[in-house]
Design a protein around this ligand. Structure first.
Ligand code: KG4
Ligand code: ZN
Length: 367
């Protein structure tokens, strides 16, 4: 079975083709080809994503990318069995482009279509890696729009353990990066700059570190960075070394909270595996510190390949294929589509599996 996946929830157009083996139906789907166009350069002039420009660019890119993928995989459109797309969450206009194109393609081919939750794509993306996880595990989802800890018992069996009450971790990286004069999206650049800095020069808060639950809060961090930057600017000039030191301090604060809460979640759930996914999962310091902490506790850490940390079509095609394989979703020949710009992941959870996940979960409170 060949599943074509289309991702268009924000500022990346991604298309991919995965194959589910007919002879080994329980084997993980194999990635046949994928292609991506990032709009980052286009949005950089505005300091953030401009939704209307994003939608228009998705329209321009999605079909050429589909052709590239089919060529790379030596396939024709007729051979595609299911057309999957990101149904939400994300920018409404951007989602509509992917959903519209995917459903039109499916209708033209007489094949079924399947909408997928963007975060489920991130969550399952480590299954594309050379070291895929096994269920159950705790997933730390850290992207530009979300920061969540989930207990994952199987495909579609997701129980929310904790989440950010304000800014997402990626958002905190991006906002602090902006305060240091780095272009959008600043996460990776801030991490790069941090390599030249000393994290001990500036003291930044570790919000909710000792809150006793698995929630996060990052909005205070940008205020703390802003206050310290203003203080230096009032007294003189914010030097390159100041910026590097502040970048290091910011990264250290975010990473420390993410690491501590992830380890607490693993302990609460009594599982041995942690999966880290989403754009911030590409952060080297986060991986290094999780690996070090995991090694001393006998935990296995799983990450997507760096190219599949940020948005891509491969994770959408994969999530669709895995949902179909697990029997928790069925693709539809009803091509009347809708999109869900706001869509909590636990609402996309399969009802019966969700119940078992929640009853098996000892709860998020650490007491
Ligand atoms: O998952 P993603 O591509 O988009 C959403 O679904 O939101 O994540 C993008 C986020 C951005 O905030 C970006 O700055 C951050 O991931 N990011 C990083 C790194 N690479 C991307 N943050 C910290 N360190 C990185 N190396
Ligand atoms: Zn994403």
């Amino acid at each position: 079975m060949l599943v074509l996946g289309v991702e268009s929830s924000c500022d990346e157009t991604g298309v991919a083709l995965v194959e589910v083996s007919e002879s080994h139906r329980s084997a993980l789907p194999a990635l046949r080809a994928h292609a991506l166009h990032s709009q980052i350069e286009m949005h950089q002039a505005y300091g953030g994503v401009v939704p209307e420009l994003a939608s228009r660019d998705h329209i321009r890119r999605v079909l050429p990318l589909t052709q590239t993928v089919l060529q790379q995989a030596h396939c024709t459109l007729d051979e595609v069995d299911v057309v999957a797309f990101t149904q939400g969450p994300g920018l409404a206009g951007a989602l509509l482009v992917g959903a519209g194109v995917a459903c039109a393609l499916a209708a033209a081919l007489g094949k079924p279509a399947l909408g997928v939750h963007h975060l489920e794509g991130h969550l399952l993306s480590p299954f594309l890696s050379s070291d895929p996880p096994q269920f159950p595990f705790v997933a730390l989802l850290v992207s530009g729009g979300h920061t969540q800890l989930m207990r994952v018992d199987g495909v579609g069996a997701y129980a929310l353990l904790g989440e950010t009450i304000d800014d997402a971790a990626g958002e905190a990286f991006d906002k602090c990066a902006k305060l240091l004069g780095l272009p959008y999206p600043g996460g990776a650049r801030l991490a790069q700059l941090a390599q030249q800095g000393d994290q001990l020069v500036f003291k930044l808060p570790r919000p909710l570190l000792h809150s006793g639950d698995l929630d996060f809060s990052f909005s205070g961090l940008k205020t703390a960075v802003l206050t310290q930057v203003r203080k230096i600017e009032m007294a003189g000039v914010l030097s390159e070394q100041h910026k590097a030191d502040m970048a290091a301090a910011t990264q250290a604060a975010i990473v420390e909270v993410l690491v501590k809460k992830s380890l607490a979640a693993v302990q609460v759930c009594g599982v041995q595996r942690l999966v880290v996914a989403g754009g911030v999962g590409a952060n080297r310091q986060l991986r290094l510190q999780l690996n070090a902490a995991g090694a001393t506790r006998g935990l296995r850490m799983h990450y997507p390949e760096v190219e599949f940390c940020t948005d891509n079509g491969a994770m959408i095609a994969l999530a669709a294929a895995m949902r179909l394989q697990a029997g928790v979703a069925s693709a539809s020949m009803d091509y009347a589509f809708n999109v869900k710009p706001r869509w909590p992941l636990h609402e996309a959870t399969s009802a019966s599996l969700a119940l078992s996940a929640v009853t098996q979960s000892p709860g998020a409170q650490l007491g």
